[in-house]
Write a protein that binds this ligand. Sequence first.
Ligand code: ADP
Length: 486
Amino acid sequence: LSSKLSDPTLVREQALLAGEWVDSSEGKTIEVTNPSTGEVIASVADMSLEDIKLSIEKADVAQKKWARTTGKEKAAILRRWYDLVIANQEDLAIILTSEMGKPLSEARGEVIYGAGYIEWFGEEAKRIYGDTIPGHSEDKRIIVLKQPIGVTAAITPWNFPSAMVARKFAPALAAGCSMVFKPAAETPLSALALAALAERAGLPKGLLSVLPTTNAKSFGDEVCSNPIVKKLTFTGSTEVGRVLMANGAKKILKLSLELGGNAPFIVFNDADVDEAVQGAIVSKFRNNGQTCVCANRIYVQSEVYELFVEKLTEAVKTLEVGDGFDERTSLGPLINAAAKEKLSDHISDAISKGAEVLTGNEQHPLGGTFAFPTVLKNVTSDMKVAGEETFAPLAPVFKFDTVDEVIELANNTEFGLASYFYANDLTQVWKVAEALEYGMVGVNTGLISTEVAPFGGVKQSGFGREGSKYGLDDFLSLKYICLGGM
Ligand code: ADP
């Protein structure tokens, strides 16, 4: 891997523990493999519980000092970090593709997208305004301050190894918090590389620790019980989110949870079908279907159903599956064997209940975890794909007749992260957007994520927001001061 980079020092096998690059105190390591080739590309420190505890103590000391710095000082460091990320975009993308498998062009995009959060929150660091409120009696004055929450922790998944760091750490830093960060064990290299750049940008020691570990449960238990940690931001499965919420209850831990989704993608009769097909391709097949905002269920109104299905199938047939470093590749491998098994299970379950395969197959001549993108027709609500997030390149297309029917179908899930629809009638657009029980709605677009807007869900997709001014609030607490006796 190092030989592919202009700056080989961005490949870090040691962890960053409060400003020091160290091995695990237990001497253990994690092998990081390239999912396209199965090749081991690095052996990263597998941090122990003792290391985690130490990083939390150091984060506490560093945070108290950081909280006193001005917004301008915070902004300057974030700006320098942003500039370094941009300058090292290609190396960061190569590291990302090597550990996660996504096409290099998507990896480049992820690095830039993540950098956007660093830039945005750096700018916001100067604008953490409070409030003054007219008093409730003549001798009183009311002031509201926004203060950093303190020491925070983050746990992230493998699907956006680079952007996750920026989305979580940039607002924490801007707000005046420190962070103990656990990347997914499959993909620690991007987080470590970004940490190396943050250090170069002048980040004071202790504000960030990046601790890869195979003992995710120990990390979770420690941050949920250690009284120093005041907030946890988690992105991952609803099952793990539930465990963390239950464990955090003991100390009333403040949480942001960005959990699973089951996004509906609805195409109404009056939609521009070509645009809708393009939107569905982007929304469904980006990251090989492995994002929590990927379209999971495609609902198409009866008049345009056949046309949409035909055009979608044609478009899907043009997608190239392969190694992320091959410039022709639009879909890389799935992250692991379990992901491929889930895909197979969803396809065979749908076929057994009457769905028709228009293109695709989970078996690909490249073997491993590669799979052809698949389109299914005549999909119905009793199939697994209707209720569970496939997290793989499978596009199941359902048919519906009325607006009320599709809203009920779309909302009939415990999840509520992203939703999409294509329509042109203004009244219908407004009504459907309001009726969808989701934290995010894309209207006539399949791409909604940006640092300037609040990303997050409702229902069992979690709570808290990342990006925008609301994302900063997640790392601040309000203090109301009442001045009396005036
Ligand atoms: P995914 O299916 O996307 O891997 P997970 O929820 O299993 O979703 O994993 C997301 C993150 O949560 C990873 O960093 C993983 O190591 C971590 N994780 C898994 N189990 C636990 C746990 N019990 N406590 C804390 N973190 C956990």
